[in-house]
Every structure is written in structure tokens, then in C-alpha cells.
Design a protein around this ligand. Structure first.
Ligand SMILES: *Cc1c(COP(=O)(O)O)cnc(C)c1O
Length: 842
């Protein structure tokens, strides 16, 4: 508190501390009660920045003093403080559900975090997943600390002119005005540290943001002691070339773990949200080497079970890759001096073929080789990822590639409208998103139709108001005259079906699918009995000219006089706009080309507010869709002809809108309620909102990965990494002796209703305990493939490591389904993640 006061130097303001506390806790980003408080202090600044910290810094002292003496303001303040105190103090789901776990802390690394538009360190979906998971972890009491970068400019800000040309702007974010603080050590000194870069070292500065119970540490390089060329490393997000990206990833991974080590934090689990942060694997191992006097291989084996890699990309081109030259220049010294390994050994961690000088270093490969578990972000993306990573597990069946999945979810309290919050509170209680969600479906189903529909009416109206104000501002900023600006208020109608399409303008998302037949779209929008209005928003990456051309197409379409009051393009899609859209939109449109949308999250944000989805069967919608909750397009296949697929799916989209969606919205009962629409709304809210919440996702991560990962890390690292060292010895033995191993032909005999399998295996000098002989058959149902172990019999006399192995199986499947194989085995190890050897019977 003393330190905070330094920012408010001069005459101390009595009673200001609680306000400072609240302003620096991003909990306000998901608490509607707090909005009122900031609005009361300075309504204009609050609505323009939605940054309470800035509001406090900017408002006059006189005003603050006066408010703090005001009885009613003090009462409100006390109420929100009490709410916060309760939220902090209640033990939370984690402590209740897992009182005796080995897990004390998870470090969550991500290149971006979308927590609030007042902390612009995000671009889109990846940051959204990260931000919402931090909030849910705080709600649930899961002990998480997060690590990211503090960008001086963040992702670009968008202006689109009247001709549809996109301009990328990079306003500077003054860190002292963001809702963050410098990290201080016990003596009050600002924590800074050195990390290696090129042949020198650079300084990193550390900041922290409070996200309820979760602390997010942010690093930047804008330290005046750094040479100018390095001060801008953390300038922008996703700009620059490979070298700039490599620099950022060194700061995030190596700097991030070093910060935790400096702060004496020792999380058991390191969760890599995408491969960007994979250098944390190396730094974690280096710190372990230093603390326990171990070699790099042993340190890696000991720490690896505690690392979790979440992959978000559906195509190999999405992985970050760096050339050998760049890697050697930037990390050669670190590898030798820090890790005690050669350049070749370093490069091998990120390559398929260690000795191919033309193969780049792939961050995802490093993440796979340094993690104890890997997951994709939807069921479909899990499958796609097994296909992508199969290349690292040669000769293993795709079904056994060790990639699982946890479908993403969003944080409902961040995205719900105040009205939706009331409806849910009435039906399901205040603490509904803080624990298990089993009762929510039944509870919400008791909410009256009229309440649900009233919520839609008022939220749609609020969106129309927002569109008016936003558009008027957009036009005024472009220099339109007053008369033209006034016209912004005549666009849209609060009673008209409102569709939304807001997302990155990237070709695979097909933002122009709706424009496939412009005349037909005009007819849909302007049908006098059943009109439709449409909000479009989204940025195209500054280097993506194709994406920018798609924006132009929309601007040209909107310029048609007949649709001008039915379609708008809003500039500068960000989190604040997203909140308004997902609260007010009736129908959310999503048209990715399967399987390119790993998961997608914006469609999940509308669930809690009663919006409905119409989407391609991709990402989360491929597992969420049933006819009673929304609409799907596409046949769930991946055709080779994009143009034909686009034509077919556009046709399907138009037809669905014309025949089903729009009629459902406009067919009303005698109370004015669209009963068929409302039935879908209810099913979508009650069933899908809990299922696709970050609450569910974080509980799943905790139980499926964090707790088991923490247990294994503790076991592997205990007693100076005794198990880790054993694993290294086992790996070495496999490497050395595998080439000599032989599997003889198999004898199969019928025995009653069973087959007996018998084979001779020659292991040479390999310990028979280090391998298993298995009978394998591909899965024929969802139970997974058959893997039956063969029992080892006595050694074959006069042979080098020869044994007979036998087993029996019932004659329920064709004999030709089965193959005998030899695979590595270690009681503590996941195969093939840690040992990829495999030998099949010919
Ligand atoms: C939710 C969100 C996204 C991600 O949406 P997708 O459906 O994954 O494309 C991107 N940007 C903003 C501003 C968002 O709020």
C-alpha cells in the first residue's frame, strides 16, 4: 500500500486505498457492480478507456476527496469491497475438490492475454483463451500464475477509410497508465533481470497485473540501460520478421522462467499456451541443473513431466520456425554455457532430422519434445493435431500419436450483459460460475420465456444504440459533416433480426462467404416483411493483403444505397466492441473452411446472452451442434476443391437463412414471442453455455493435466532426480541397442475359441524390462485400438537375449487385423511421447 501511495504523491487522500486496490485488480473486467463505481467518478473517461486506474490517476483530487466523503458513494464502495473480500476468501472449487494434491502452482505462459481493452496486449483468439482461463482459474481457486509480455504498442489499431483501405496504427501505451504495477522485491526495488541475447545480455523489466486471485507477470525490454536496438523487442505483437519473433520468444520463454526463479516461485506445472513460449522448457531445465547440479538430459527428463503443451494451429505452416543460423547466433552461447550442450544437440530438439542443415528449428517440435503431455483445443483439432504431429512418431498409428484435447471455453461473467447476468442470477444463483456446473441446465430451463425474450429485446436495443454512437464517431473522425453524422442514428432498427460477423479477416475464415451472391444477400437484408440487419467488424493482419481486399469487398457492398441502413462495418474490432456485439447479436455467423478453425471462441461468447449460432461444422461447433441449438453448414468433410466448397456452402447458408432462420425469428405467438426461436435459445443457453465455459475448460485442464503433471514432476525430480536419471539411462539403452533388436515370425494356432500367438524376440543386450511385446489391432469402435501384451517366457538357450513371448485372444475379430510389435516400456513413462521406437512384425 505504501508503494501504491508513491503514485499518488503529494497530499494523501484519505480513504483512497480501497479504490486503488479495486482499480488495480482486473476483477472489475467481469463485475458489473463495479462499472457503476467508475462511471460515477468520471463517466466520459470511463466509457472512453474503461480503465479504472486511468480514471483514478486523471480525475481531480478535489473530486476524489468529495466523492470519498459522500455517504452514498462510500456505501457503494464498501459493498464492492465486501464482494471482493468474499471472492478472495472463499476457498474455491480447487481446494474443495482436491484438498490433498501435489499441485501447488501452475505457470501459464502465453504470447498474448485478452483481459480488458485497457490492457492492450492481445490480438485475438489465442489471447482470449488465455485471458478467460486466468479469470476462471481465479474463480475456481486454481493456483495459477501467468507470464506474458508487456507490449509498448500491442497489436495494431485499425482505421478503414471510405474506400475500404485499411490503415494500421500503433499508438503508444504508457505503462504507468495501464492497470499494472512494477514487480518489487522484498526491499521495494523494482525487479529487473538479465537474459542472454546474441553474444551479450539484455535487461528485462518486470510488471504485474492482478487478475482476481491470479497474478500475471509481464516482461518488457524498454529499459534505458539496454542498447536502442533491443529496447523495442517488446514493442508490437505479431509484427516484424522471424528475427524479431525469435527475440520476443527468448524474452517470453527464457526471461519468463528466469523471472519465476528469481522470485523464488517454483511451479510444478508449466503450461505452454502455444509453442511461442517453448524456450521456457530450456530455462526450466537450466534452473534445475543449477539448483540440483545435474546434466541437461537429466534435468530435462526430471522437469518434462511437469510441462504441458497446448497447440492451437490446424496447419503445420502455423508453427514458428527459425533457421539454423538464427538459432546459433541467438542461442549458441546459451546452449553451451547455460545448458552444456552443443549447437547440434540444441537444434536436434527442434528438428525431425538433427543433421539436416536446411531444416529449420520448429518451436512446436521443441514443445513436443520437452512436454509431458500435449493437447489440442477441440475434439476435431485433437484429431487434426495427431495427423500433424505424426511426423514426429514415425511408424506409429495416428490414433496413438500422444495428443489429447481440451475444448476451449469462455468466461461467461466477462461476456454476459448486465441483463443476462440478472436472468442467470434469478435462475441459477450468484455463485453459479464458481464451481461445478451440473445443475445449471435444469435451473436455467425454469426461467420464463418472457424473461428470456425481454433480455433479447433490451440487449438488441443496447447494441443498436452502440452502433449508432460508434458509427457517428467513426464518420466524424473521417471528417463527415454534421448532417452526415446525424444519419448514423437512422441506421438499424431495434426490432429487426440482427446478425453479426466479427473476426479476423483471414482467407480461411471466409468473411466474404455471405457476399458470394450479392443480389441474394440484398434480397435477404431488405425483405420488407422480414428484414435483417448485419454488423461486420474485423482486422486483417497488416501483411495480409488478401485479407485487406476482403474488407474492401464489404465496404463496396455497404456503399449500395439499398443496403446502407442494413449493414455496417465497424472499425477497430477489439474486446470492448466484442462485448457489445456478443451481447446484442441474435445470430452469430461463422464460416471457416474446415478444418482451419482449431476451436473458435466468439460464437461461445453469445451463448450466455441467448444469441444463436449458424456456423460451419468446424472447431467447437463440430462438437456442439445439434439441430435443437442452432444451425450448421457444410457436410463435415474436407473437399479438395475450395471454390466448389465455397459455392455449395454459400448456397446452403442463404437457403438456411431464407427458409429456416429468418422465419423462426419472425414467427410469433400471441404474446409476440418467437416460440421456435426461443426454444433453441433456451437449449443453447442452458446446455452449451456451461459446456463451453472456461470454468469447464480449467477444471478439465486441472484434473486431466495439471494434477497428474504435478505428481509426476515431483516423483521424477525427487532425490536429486533419481527417476529422471533412470529415464535417461533407459533412453540411452534404447538408442544403443534398438538397432540390433529382432522380432521373429509369429506362430498362430487355434485353441478352442481362441487364437494363440507365439513369437521369438532377440533383444541382444537390451534389458527385457525395457520393452514390451504387444498384439495390436486398429480400433473398430470408440474404445480405441487393441493393445494386448504378450507374456515373456524363459530365455532361449544359446541365444543373445532371445525370449519366447505368448498370448491368446478370443476369435472375435479377423486374424488379419492383428500385428505383433515391440515397443519401449518404462513404468513411469508415456510411450511414444518420450521414446518413439517401434518394431512391427513383418
Ligand atoms: C473473441 C474474440 C476473438 C476470437 O474470435 P474467434 O471466434 O476465435 O475468431 C478475436 N478478437 C476479439 C476482439 C474477440 O473478442
Amino acid at each position: 500500500m505504501e508503494l501504491l501511495h508513491q503514485t499518488f504523491q503529494g497530499t494523501p487522500i484519505e480513504g483512497i486505498e480501497p479504490l486503488i486496490d479495486l482499480a488495480l485488480d482486473l476483477r472489475w473486467s467481469w463485475n458489473h457492480g463495479l462499472d457503476e463505481l467508475w462511471r460515477e467518478i468520471d463517466p466520459d473517461l470511463w466509457s472512453a478507456t474503461r480503465n479504472p486506474w486511468l480514471v483514478l490517476l486523471a480525475v481531480s483530487r478535489t473530486r476524489l476527496k468529495k466523492l470519498l466523503q459522500d455517504e452514498s458513494f462510500r456505501r457503494k464502495l464498501e459493498a464492492v469491497r465486501e464482494h471482493r473480500r468474499q471472492a478472495e476468501e472463499q476457498p474455491g472449487w480447487f481446494a474443495r475438490a482436491h484438498p490433498a494434491t501435489a499441485l501447488t502452482s501452475v505457470a501459464y505462459f502465453s504470447m498474448e492475454f485478452m483481459l480488458s481493452e485497457s490492457l492492450p496486449i492481445y490480438s485475438g483468439g489465442l489471447g482470449n483463451v488465455a485471458g478467460d482461463q486466468l479469470k476462471a482459474a481465479s474463480d475456481l481457486g486454481v493456483p495459477l500464475i501467468a507470464v506474458g509480455l508487456l507490449y509498448q504498442m500491442g497489436y495494431f489499431r485499425q482505421v478503414v477509410d471510405r474506400e475500404g483501405v485499411q490503415y494500421a496504427l500503433y499508438p503508444y501505451n504508457d505503462p504507468w497508465q495501464l492497470p499494472i504495477l512494477p514487480v518489487r522485491d522484498a526491499n521495494g526495488e523494482w525487479v529487473r533481470m538479465k537474459i542472454p541475447l546474441l553474444s551479450a545480455t539484455i535487461w528485462l523489466r518486470a510488471w504485474q497485473a492482478q487478475v482476481g486471485r491470479v497474478t500475471l507477470y509481464l516482461l518488457d525490454t524498454n529499459d534505458p540501460e539496454n542498447p536502442p536496438m533491443h529496447r523495442g523487442i517488446t514493442g508490437g505483437l505479431y509484427g516484424g520478421g522471424p528475427e524479431a519473433r525469435l527475440e520476443q520468444e527468448i524474452v517470453l520463454g527464457i526471461g519468463g522462467w528466469r523471472l519465476l526463479h528469481t522470485l523464488n516461485l517454483s511451479p510444478e506445472v508449466c503450461h505452454l499456451n502455444e509453442g511461442h513460449a517453448a524456450f521456457a522448457i530450456l530455462e526450466r531445465a537450466r534452473c534445475f541443473m543449477q539448483d540440483h547440479h545435474q546434466t541437461f538430459p537429466v534435468a530435462l527428463a526430471a522437469t518434462r513431466p511437469g510441462n504441458l503443451f497446448t497447440t492451437h494451429t490446424p496447419v503445420p505452416a502455423g508453427f514458428d520456425c527459425f533457421t539454423q543460423a538464427l538459432m546459433e547466433r541467438y542461442l549458441g552461447r546459451y546452449a553451451q554455457a547455460g545448458l552444456g550442450i552443443s549447437n547440434r544437440e540444441l537444434l536436434a530438439l527442434g528438428r525431425m532430422n538433427a543433421d539436416d542443415p536446411n531444416e529449420p528449428f520448429n518451436m512446436a517440435y521443441l514443445a513436443v519434445r520437452g512436454s509431458g503431455a500435449i493437447n489440442g483445443v477441440s475434439r476435431l483439432h485433437g484429431q487434426v493435431s495427431r495427423r500433424i504431429f505424426q511426423i514426429l512418431f514415425p511408424r506409429w498409428p495416428q490414433a496413438e500419436v500422444p495428443v489429447g484435447f481440451v475444448t476451449n471455453g469462455v468466461h461467461p461473467a466477462t461476456w454476459d450483459s448486465a441483463h443476462a447476468d440478472r436472468v442467470w442470477s434469478d435462475a441459477c444463483g450468484k455463485g453459479r460460475w464458481l464451481g461445478e456446473l451440473d445443475t445449471l441446465e435444469a435451473d436455467l430451463n425454469r426461467a420464463p420465456d418472457a424473461d428470456l425474450w425481454q433480455m433479447r429485446l433490451s440487449d438488441r436495443k443496447a447494441l443498436v444504440d452502440y452502433v449508432h454512437a460508434r458509427l457517428a464517431r467513426q464518420w466524424a473522425d473521417q471528417g463527415a459533416d454534421d448532417e452526415a453524422v446525424a444519419r448514423a442514428y437512422h441506421i438499424f432498427n431495434p426490432d429487426v433480426l440482427t446478425m453479426g460477423f466479427a473476426r479476423r479477416f483471414a482467407a480461411y475464415k471466409r468473411p466474404n462467404l455471405l457476399l458470394h451472391d450479392p443480389k441474394r444477400l440484398v434480397r435477404i437484408l431488405t425483405n420488407p416483411q422480414r428484414p435483417v440487419q448485419l454488423v461486420i467488424a474485423g482486422k486483417a493482419h497488416p501483411a495480409d493483403l488478401g485479407g485487406q481486399a476482403l474488407i474492401k469487398e464489404w465496404i463496396a457492398f455497404i456503399a449500395r444505397p439499398e443496403v446502407r441502413s442494413h449493414v455496417v462495418f465497424l472499425n477497430d474490432y477489439d474486446m470492448e466492441m466484442s462485448e457489445h456485439l456478443v451481447q446484442g447479436i441474435d445470430l452469430w455467423i461463422n464460416t471457416p473452411r474446415r478444418p482451419w478453425e482449431a476451436c473458435g471462441t466468439s460464437g461461445m461468447k453469445i451463448l450466455v446472452n441467448g444469441g444463436l449460432n449458424i456456423s460451419a461444422r468446424d472447431g467447437w461447433w463440430a462438437e456442439a451442434y445439434t439441430p435443437d441449438v442452432g444451425w450448421a453448414i457444410g457436410d463435415g468433410k474436407e473437399p479438395d476443391d475450395d471454390a466448389a466448397q465455397d459455392a455449395a456452402e454459400a448456397e446452403e447458408l442463404y437457403t438456411l437463412l431464407e427458409r429456416e432462420v429468418i422465419p423462426a425469428f419472425y414467427t410469433r405467438d400471441h404474446n409476440g414471442i418467437p416460440t421456435a426461436w426461443l426454444a433453441r435459445m433456451r437449449a443453447s443457453m442452458a446446455r452449451l453455455a456451461p459446456q463451453f465455459s472456461a470454468n469447464r475448460a480449467v477444471r478439465e485442464y486441472t484434473e486431466k493435466y495439471y494434477i497428474p503433471g504435478a505428481e509426476r514432476y515431483r516423483r521424477f525430480s525427487a532425490d536429486q532426480a533419481a527417476v529422471g536419471a533412470q529415464v535417461v539411462a533407459w533412453q540411452k539403452a534404447l538408442e544403443q541397442h534398438w538397432p540390433a533388436v529382432r522380432l521373429e515370425s509369429v506362430r498362430i494356432e487355434p485353441a478352442g475359441s481362441e487364437w494363440t500367438f507365439e513369437t521369438a524376440v532377440y533383444l541382444g543386450d537390451l534389458d527385457p524390462g525395457a520393452v514390451r511385446v504387444e498384439l495390436y489391432a486398429d480400433a473398430i469402435d470408440d474404445k480405441g485400438p487393441v493393445r494386448q501384451e504378450l507374456a515373456r517366457d524363459a530365455p532361449l538357450v544359446g541365444t543373445a537375449g532371445g525370449y519366447v513371448y505368448r498370448t491368446r485372444i478370443p476369435m472375435t475379430r479377423a486374424l488379419s487385423d492383428y500385428t505383433v510389435r515391440l515397443v519401449p516400456y518404462h513404468p513411469d513413462i508415456t510411450v511414444p511421447l518420450v521414446a518413439t521406437h517401434i518394431l512391427w512384425q513383418r
